[in-house]
Design a protein around this ligand. Structure first.
Ligand code: SAM
Ligand code: SF4
Ligand code: SF4
Length: 334
């Protein structure tokens, strides 16, 4: 059935093919830079998008050209029946890639079911290989479960398996080379992400910031030169490299030091069903209310085709001299 006759091309000629959807604001970790320990107001269950709403949303977006869907959170694996959701979404016409961004704590318990549900693309967030430091960063003692989940994911055949490492000077930057070295032993994509000032309780500070250029230089000094790898269009903002003896790849995601807005192909929807046209813009449009009022697929398609024209050309640094936003990363989903 044809739902939308238009597609999602914005005013700057960028075609939107990628949706990042947060399916819960809850999490089983408390990363100090993402989720404040106290004073956290969880969303009410009724505020969160329901499964049938998510399926309608993705069915319509896929009819408009969205090919890739990433489930994120909070921690997406704590949402009940997430495996069923992944299975249902993976089988929707037009959805070519279903991906998951997870902290990996529940991965080893769930990896087989996730694989059987059709999931292949795994991003696991891991900022240290040291159990004590893991506890210090995340507030929980779960390093070993996460590492087991990564190894099992590779054994089961998930591909690609990506590790996301947020670089924080003075917190974990002494492990940058250790993470790069993992690509000699494992077929992993290890991606170094610049720490961003997201959320009004953000612990970001210039003193903790470390650029991709500095990380690349440190790795090359220790492990030898890195050769650039051509990345497919739409594969994301990471610049990819490989060590001369690497079986995995090394990537850098540089939202602060490099600009990839001209290639932006994504939309975000928060756990409470708010559309964000740009990560760093707090302009949000509530899609959830449309579902609760019985929106049809056709109406939803018209809505997205129109609203996409409001997507900004690039982040708007309206607050400081660095891009930022008020909403917590845990409810946007990264
Ligand atoms: N809980 C899941 C996880 O940690 O993978 C999914 C949600 S989490 C918000 C998504 C990603 O955002 C994680 O890789 C996390 O490290 C990253 N993130 C959170 N706050 C960040 C910040 N201030 N700067 C850069 N990355 C951040
Ligand atoms: Fe949870 Fe992910 Fe935020 Fe850490 S980064 S607190 S795992 S949502
Ligand atoms: Fe896209 Fe906004 Fe990120 Fe730029 S800052 S890449 S426009 S989401």
């Amino acid at each position: 059935m044809t739902i939308g006759t238009r597609n999602l091309t914005d005013s700057f000629g960028r075609t939107i093919t990628y949706l990042r959807l947060s399916i819960t604001d809850r999490c089983n970790l408390r990363c100090f830079y993402c989720m404040p320990q106290a004073d956290f107001n969880w969303m009410e269950p009724t505020e969160i998008l329901r499964f049938e709403e998510i399926v309608q949303l993705i069915r319509v977006l896929a009819s408009l050209g969205v090919k890739k869907v990433r489930f994120t959170g909070g921690e997406p694996l704590v949402r009940r029946d997430v495996v069923k959701l992944i299975r249902d979404v993976s089988s929707l016409p037009g959805v070519e890639e279903t991906c998951l961004t997870t902290n990996g704590v529940l991965l080893s318990q769930m990896s087989k079911e996730l694989f059987d549900a059709g999931l292949r693309h795994l991003n696991i967030s891991l900022d240290t290989l040291r159990p004590e430091r893991f506890q210090a960063i995340t507030g929980r003692d779960h390093f070993r479960s996460v590492w087991r989940g990564i190894e099992e994911g590779l054994e089961l055949g998930f591909s690609p398996v990506k590790i996301n490492f947020v670089m924080m000077r003075g917190k974990n930057d002494d492990e940058i080379v250790d993470f790069a070295r993992l690509t000699r032993k494992y077929p992993l994509d290890v991606r170094f992400i610049e720490f961003m000032p997201i959320g009004k309780h953000s612990k970001w500070g210039r003193n903790h910031f470390l650029s991709s250029d500095e990380a690349l230089k440190r790795i090359a000094e220790e492990l030898g030169s890195l050769s650039p790898v051509e990345s497919e269009y739409g594969s994301g903002p990471a610049e990819m490299y490989v060590l001369s003896d690497g079986i995995g790849r090394i990537g850098f995601i540089s939202p602060l030091s490099h600009r990839f807005c001209s290639r932006c192909n994504r939309l975000r929807i928060t756990a409470d069903g708010r559309l964000r046209l740009c990560l760093f813009s707090d302009l949000e449009v509530c899609v959830r209310d449309m579902f609760r009022q019985g929106v049809t697929d056709q109406e939803l398609a018209e809505f997205f085709s129109d609203i996409i024209l409001k997507k900004p050309a690039r982040y708007l640094s309206h607050k400081k001299d660095v891009p930022t936003c008020d909403r917590q990363m845990s409810s946007i989903g990264g």
